[in-house]
Design a protein around this ligand. Structure first.
Ligand code: FDA
Ligand code: NAD
Length: 426
């Protein structure tokens, strides 16, 4: 015998926090909702971990960044959950789920049953071992996915201030952590296999702006190679990073950001998977009608792309969670999730936003020497994606609106000439 709830959210990250708020806005009774999370704290805004949390002065610390402050909404502290009669089962890893019997088994051996389950298990960081490199568990090698990782990184930066940091990976984690390491006065080298940083999103021209900016802050780039091994001393500490190209970099700290894998393993063989995630429909409902999936773990139909995608960004986690709760509470009267993908980052004094899809022909515009600049992506004669660095609130709203409208673009040269003005006047 275990406890029974009407609604259970499995996972206690960003999506779980926004789902909880939405449940209370729509009106649930005390004792109806339970959130089970492996993390020891209630949901928080994960993006803070690579930004405000790593600042040397006045760093962000909980409880200041519990969800849902990132969307300028209420901050859900432990007290808030208590007051709303929401059961938080924290520090508890779910070991197995039986979607036929509608039960979950926690690490402590408790069986919890549900009428409706929301899967919000997010993703885990890929490990170097998965690429054949040993040494991830060394005390000065750090990944960054949760609060425990972020605390480790802060301690590492304090213990080797002024030392050498090697950042493995040129994606989001690599870029944001490299900036934070520089701000913490470390000497930083980034290593990644592609020809330029943020290869999944940036064009070579956009990447070149950020790389030059990073170089002006002292960051060194080693591109087109990956690490082959670590030198590890008798205390188990990494002292150098050896690269495939034969070179070696001295290291006091290593930060690894080489991508993620969605946490789907509990559901393999039970639910339909697609593109690495749990396949859901426009109501975020999985192949089992009592089970919904949201956030990083869900592969959902993205109308503007005309296909299903799995997105790994906070805005998508927040909105997909709200949509799922709406669909559940309205007993499937809700409409289909109609989401415009939105990604952003903030590093040093820079800040960019991206909307839509980076597919098709690219047109760059603006001042690439340090002012406001951006790019449009045009596919089949329509605007499908927009990127802007250094915009105002109104300008970001304009590119978002223009991208959602998908206006026809007949002449790429004319689009380039109009630049940001095109989005502003759409
Ligand atoms: P999330 O990972 O937030 O939560 C999953 C939860 O499930 C965790 O609490 C985990 O412990 C729990 N869990 C998993 N398996 C479990 C099990 N078996 N039992 C119990 N609990 C389990 N995006 C963006 O748009 N802009 C940004 O600036 C950033 N910045 C950023 C920084 C860093 C450091 C990271 C790691 C990520 C970002 N992101 C981001 C991405 C964004 O944070 C991410 O898309 C959301 O957190 C996804 O929310 P979810 O709720 O889906 O997963
Ligand atoms: P990523 O997919 O953004 O980048 C992975 C990078 O790893 C690639 O760019 C590549 O350079 C590198 N790489 C791949 N295999 C490698 C190998 N064998 N050796 C060395 N380098 C290798 O993933 P990430 O940077 O790890 O970010 C993890 C997650 O966190 C993503 O879901 C991302 O969306 C999220 N995140 C988002 C933001 C944001 O949106 N601002 C910020 C931080 C993190």
């Amino acid at each position: 015998m275990g406890r029974a709830f009407l609604y259970v959210i499995l996972g206690g990250g960003v999506a779980a926090g926004y789902a909880a708020l939405e449940f209370t806005k729509r009106g649930i009774s005390h004792g109806e909702l339970c959130i089970i999370s492996e993390e020891p704290v209630p949901p928080y805004e994960r993006p803070a971990l690579s930004k405000g949390f790593l600042l040397p002065e006045a760093p962000a610390r909980l409880p200041s960044f519990h969800t849902c402050v990132g969307a300028n909404e209420e901050r859900l502290t432990p007290k808030w959950y208590k007051e709303h009669g929401i059961e938080l089962v924290l520090g508890s890893r779910v070991k197995s789920v039986d979607v036929r019997r509608k039960t979950l088994l926690t690490g402590s051996g408790e069986t919890i049953s549900y009428k409706v389950l929301i899967i919000a298990t997010g993703a885990r960081a890929l490990k170097l071992e998965e690429f054949g490199v040993k040494g991830s568990d060394s005390e000065n090698v750090c990944y960054l996915r949760d609060l425990a990782d972020a605390n480790r990184l802060v301690n590492l930066m304090e213990s080797c201030s002024g030392g050498n940091a090697v950042v493995i990976g040129g994606g989001y984690i690599g870029m944001e952590c490299a900036a934070s390491l520089v701000i913490n006065r470390m000497s930083v080298t980034m290593v990644f296999p592609e020809e330029h940083c943020m290869a999944r999103l940036f064009t070579p021209k956009i990447a070149s702006f950020y790389e030059e900016f990073y170089k002006s802050k002292g960051v060194k780039f080693v591109k087109g190679t990956i690490l082959s091994s670590f030198d590890i001393d008798s205390n188990g500490k990494v002292t150098a990073v050896n690269l495939r190209d034969g070179s070696s970099l001295p290291a006091d700290t290593v930060v690894v950001g080489i991508g993620i894998r969605p946490n789907t393993s509990l559901f393999e063989g039970q639910l339909t998977l697609e593109k690495g995630g749990i396949k859901v429909n426009g109501k975020m409902q999985s192949s089992n009608s009592s089970v919904y999936a949201v956030g990083d773990v869900a592969t959902f139909p993205v109308k503007v792309f005309g296909e299903s995608r799995r997105l790994e960004h906070v805005d998508s986690a927040r909105k997909s969670a709200r949509h799922a709760v709406g669909a559940i509470m309205e007993r499937n009267q809700a409409g289909e999730f109609d989401y415009l993908p939105f990604f952003y980052s903030r590093v040093f004094t820079l800040s960019w936003q991206f909307y839509g899809d980076n597919a098709g022909d690219v047109v760059h515009f603006g001042d690439f020497s340090g002012g406001t600049f951006g790019a449009y992506w045009v596919r089949n004669g329509h605007l499908v994606g927009s990127f802007l660095e250094g915009g105002t609130k109104e300008e970001y709203e304009a590119i978002a609106k223009a991208t959602r409208l998908k206006p026809a673009v007949e002449d790429l040269a004319e689009l380039e000439r109009q630049g940001l003005g095109f989005a502003v006047t759409v």
